[in-house]
Design a binder for this molecule. Structure first.
Ligand SMILES: [Zn+2]
Length: 428
């Protein structure tokens, strides 16, 4: 019994030291050491993300930022780090220390065998740098095998796919960067003309059928597509008749739909099918074509409270990367799906609280966190603008708000929602 007090003091002292070490460990730019053999992962996911590099105890790395964890606890978080060779990726928080580990037995670094992937595009340019503005240094074709050397940090949105650029080796001599969204573990067959109805069944704009215009003003175009010349416009709830439609669906303004040629009185022109509805009660704020998703909150029900990017976490009081956008709104404010899709899951997490994740036909996922209660179920097919939940303050949160994220999978890379959604109050 006499020993109890000094032991308690010792524990208290040690845990204080550990807390101080961990707080310092979160600061971007801090140099830390790897304390256990670890795989550097390309994406912030435990679910079999590609390994970029093998790390061994004693390797010195630099903190780029700490991810938010599903449990809200640091020990469960992943940290984005940079190696001495400049490679970036994610490793568990617990595999890092401020103190250089004492190495008693030598550890052999496992050699990463480059992963071979198939090209899924008919023709894919290989470039000198990670980006479409870089010089073309070669070409690979559908089902050619390329070897992934590493993934760059540069992410892009091309043909409805968000992915990063991969440095690859191909043929006998060639190497360079290709867009990762056109690589797959499986061989592919060229796509058939037509479209994929597997995710959602839109209101089919059948030729001869009648629809109502959803936005306040809908621009009529000479040709189908966002680059089609605007020749006229029709106003909200005008009844229009479909006289022709395109063959391929696109995800625009939340709707996975076709381009249709319509007739309204003497006016004729092409419009995006998602801006039409068989009901006259489905208004849309605008007919903007440059954003794929719609705002999941109704105008006037919220106030933007935090942007995407690095910030001081309101609960942890340390610098954290904020992987989404926050909108303060009263408890129970309706949340609507940002686009057509399928509910990937609804889950309870200590960090995100009641979290709904929706998978969209362009491969992106939207996350709706901290809800007071769910408004949908896993597996449900949802349409853009359909209610899926209610604003709340569950999980790690200081007040009622919607935390909204855009990712390329469950535990995938996150992207700035402002690049995908038009929020009227931000004028972007
Ligand atoms: Zn947030």
């Amino acid at each position: 019994m006499n020993n109890l007090k000094p032991n308690l003091l010792k524990i208290l002292f040690l845990s204080t030291i550990l807390i101080i070490l961990n707080i310092n460990a979160q600061e971007p730019g801090t140099k830390l050491y790897i304390i256990k053999t670890e795989s550097l992962r390309a994406k912030p996911s435990d679910l079999g993300s590609d390994t970029v590099e093998s790390l061994i105890p004693g390797d010195e790395v630099t903190v780029v930022y700490v991810e938010e964890s599903l449990t809200g606890k640091d020990r469960d978080a992943l940290v984005r780090i940079k190696t001495a060779e400049g490679k970036e990726g994610y490793i568990p928080f617990l595999s890092l220390s401020k103190k250089k580990p004492k190495i008693t037995t030598p550890v052999i670094r496992s050699i990463i065998v480059p992963k071979k992937l198939y090209v899924t595009a008919d023709v894919l340019n290989v470039r000198s740098g990670p980006g479409t503005d870089s010089e073309i240094v070669g070409v690979v074709r559908r089902n050619d095998l390329v070897e992934i050397v590493y993934y760059s940090d540069k992410t892009e949105f091309i043909n409805g796919i968000s992915d990063r650029w991969a440095f690859v080796r191909f043929g006998t001599q060639g190497n360079g960067y290709v867009f990762g969204g056109f690589l797959s573990e499986n061989e592919s067959v060229p796509p058939e003309p037509g479209y994929d109805d597997s995710i959602v069944e839109p209101e089919t704009p059948a030729i001869g059928s009648e629809f109502y215009v959803r936005p306040a003003k809908l621009q009529l175009r000479k040709e189908p597509g966002s680059k089609g010349k605007v020749i006229d416009s029709v106003s909200q709830n005008t009844k229009v008749k479909v006289i022709e439609h395109s063959e391929k669906k696109e995800l625009i303004a939340g709707s996975f739909n076709l381009w249709v040629k319509i007739e309204a009185g003497s006016d004729k022109g092409w419009v995006f099918g998602g801006f039409l509805s068989i009901s006259s009660e489905k208004p849309l704020a605008s007919d903007r074509l440059d954003k794929v998703f719609i705002n999941p909150l109704r105008d006037g029900t919220y106030r933007r409270s935090s942007d995407y990017g690095e910030r001081v976490h309101p609960v942890l009081k340390t610098r954290r990367f904020h992987s989404g956008v926050d909108f303060a709104a009263p408890s129970g404010t309706p949340i609507y799906a940002a686009a057509d899709g399928v509910v990937d899951r609804t889950m309870k997490s200590n960090g995100y609280g009641n979290l709904t994740i929706v998978k969209h036909p362009n491969g992106l996922f939207t996350y709706y966190a901290h809800q007071v209660k769910f408004g949908t179920k896993s597996g449900a097919k949802v349409r853009a603008g359909e209610q899926i939940g209610y604003v709340g303050t569950t999980g790690m949160s200081t007040g009622n708000h919607l935390h909204l994220e855009v990712r390329d999978g469950f535990g995938g890379s996150h992207f700035n929602p402002d690049n995908y959604i038009y929020f009227p109050e931000k004028n972007n």
